[in-house]
Design a protein around this ligand. Structure first.
Ligand SMILES: *Cc1c(COP(=O)(O)O)cnc(C)c1O
Length: 229
């Protein structure tokens, strides 16, 4: 078995252990393998071990991997910051975008989504408390942005995404995930049928699952430490 296959199995075990501890069915949590910076061979290793959904942060790198694997029936998720002049290749090559943080990006993706593909599945990224990054809309803007995104014809709004600052204690990890879930419940109560909470990474997936994550985005625990050089 490849190291990646072994790591994938360990991550799946972490997910199901955390799900059971939270009283949730393990199948209610999808694993997104974040392959940014890793070569195509690592993606193929993971796909061979049964992994179907992959996440990428950089447009060209993601398009290259998606194009090289079109015959493998994989789902590609764009999870990084997206500039408006880069939306077209994302609309053409990805199944999901998790990082919608303003209406202009969503409008461009909707206009550029090819007619022969199903609607692009999207999440609105929210900047929950404690984040130092500038990505994501403010919590108070999330409902209005979701309502506007949900009205676009070639997108399907699925839910919310967040990237809290890494912290070590479980209570500190859970607080921003709980905040995202509360925003999610508020938006559902306003009538939008959201079903996706994209939250949790290698170091905090248990806390995210305890707070209701339905997609965890895992890179390091599957592929190893990234080298950006
Ligand atoms: C890199 C990245 C991940 C994966 O992080 P790990 O800590 O390696 O699991 C998840 N989500 C986003 C948005 C990322 O940029």
């Amino acid at each position: 078995m490849s190291a990646i296959a072994t790591n994938l199995q360990a991550v799946r075990t972490r997910i199901s252990t955390a799900a059971k501890a939270a009283g949730r069915p393990p199948e209610s949590i999808a694993l997104l393998a974040v392959s940014k910076t890793w070569p195509l061979s690592s993606v193929i290793d993971a796909a061979t071990a049964g992994q179907r959904a992959f996440g990428e942060n950089y447009v060209q790198e993601g398009v290259d991997k998606a194009s090289a694997t079109v015959d493998r029936d994989l789902d590609w998720h764009f999870i990084g910051p997206l500039q408006s002049n880069k939306t077209r290749p994302v609309a053409e090559h990805f199944a999901w975008v998790h990082s919608i943080d303003r209406l202009k990006i969503a409008e461009r993706l909707s206009a550029q989504r090819p007619a022969d593909l199903p609607p692009l599945q999207v999440c609105v990224q929210v900047n929950v408390s404690g984040e130092t990054s500038k990505s994501g809309c403010q919590p108070a803007e999330a409902l209005a942005l979701c309502q506007a995104v949900a009205a676009l014809p070639r997108l399907t709004l699925r839910g919310l995404m967040a990237i809290p600052e890494p912290v070590d204690d479980e209570a500190g990890q859970r607080a921003p995930f709980r905040q995202l879930r509360e925003i999610f419940e508020t938006i559902r109560a306003a009538g939008l049928p959201l079903d996706t909470l994209s939250m949790g990474m290698s170091h905090d997936l248990e806390a995210a699952i305890a707070e209701g994550a339905t997609i965890v985005r895992i890179g390091t625990a599957i592929f190893g430490e990234r080298n950006y050089a």
